[in-house]
Design a protein around this ligand. Sequence first.
Ligand SMILES: *Cc1c(COP(=O)(O)O)cnc(C)c1O
Length: 404
Amino acid sequence: MLNLNFHPAGRHFLQIPGPSPVPDRLLRAMSYPTIDHRGPEFGALGLQVLAGIQRIFKTKHPVVIYPASGTGAWEAALANTLSPGDSVLMYETGHFATLWNKLATRLGLKPEFLGLPGIEGWRHGVQAPMIEERLKADRNHTIKAVCVVHNETSTGVTSDIAAVRRAIDAAKHPALLLVDTISGLACADYRHDEWGVDVTVSGSQKGLMLPPGISFNALSPKAIEASQSAKLPKAFWAWDEMLEMNRTGYFPYTPNTNLLYALAEAIEMIEAEGLEKVFTRHNRLAEACRRAVNAWGLEIQCADPAVYSPVLTGVVMPEGVDADNVRRIIYRCFNMSLGAGLGKVKGRMFRIGHLGECNDLALMATLSGCEMGLNMAGVKLRASGTAAAMVYLQSTAEPADRPH
Ligand SMILES: *Cc1c(COP(=O)(O)O)cnc(C)c1O
């Protein structure tokens, strides 16, 4: 149970790669009274958030909003487009790709799991040529969908989705392209329409900076067409009633009203900064973080610099050091939460989240906590990572356009 007598001074550093820190502005927006979800005010809010989220996904097509965590939107993407026993080609980038694969099996699909062997698959992005080769061999087009994770949150690898699209096209294969960017949206460049994605899955508690509780399916006309003949059972997740009601800004069942207030506010914040500038900020903070890890003399989980994640960095421990012990020290001594290693990489690494409501000094505090905790855990560091990060941040700092 939450210990309400524990009030450490200052704020908790929630540096896990989601849920990410919720800006005060969003918390305040959520505290407005809950309104009638069938009343006139709600329709205006519904239309506002439905249009706003399309701009974030970079799509002109509908985006469905569910009162559910990301896992629900994973299920919705599959249940709306596929039929029992359908073959789907999934790609193993890490723990989240593995969980989506498991979910597909439980729904009654036949997923095939491609990937590089062993830990290597968890250190690289999606290998589009492997997808192309597999689809070319599928002459009867039994594979109905290709499913990939854009930003693999368990490892810190951001795959090239445009390359996956080109691979499907090069194989002249009609499979749908389903992409999970639950942790990538509003952090890493993402283009639903331009990249020819059929269903993009995302969630609220990562780059969008909201608390957990809403998730998304961005659709393509081809996905909507597939949903009309797909036979997997669906009721709560069904797109048809959603799309019908959404036309006027309403939902077929009670939406998460207060989280939609926060969503409207988050979209306003992101667009005030500028979506492209949000991506630039994430890239710069991620680069500073990697410079710190390099200076420490530690390894980054992502082994391919072309696919480094702007959202989080996986820090690999030297032989014999338990990453969970380092995290425990940092949590207890410095009131900071870092991401644990998941699945195959449990204990091998920890994850530093630098997404959403994050800036230079928040990152510096985070890196200081890591450096102190690593020292205390007895990890031999080559040099100061915080110093390296500061040198990079000060040399790339851009003064904000504000009164001075
Ligand atoms: C967080 C996350 C999920 C799971 O979402 P939940 O909201 O926990 O259900 C799935 N995929 C990725 C890539 C994620 O980062």
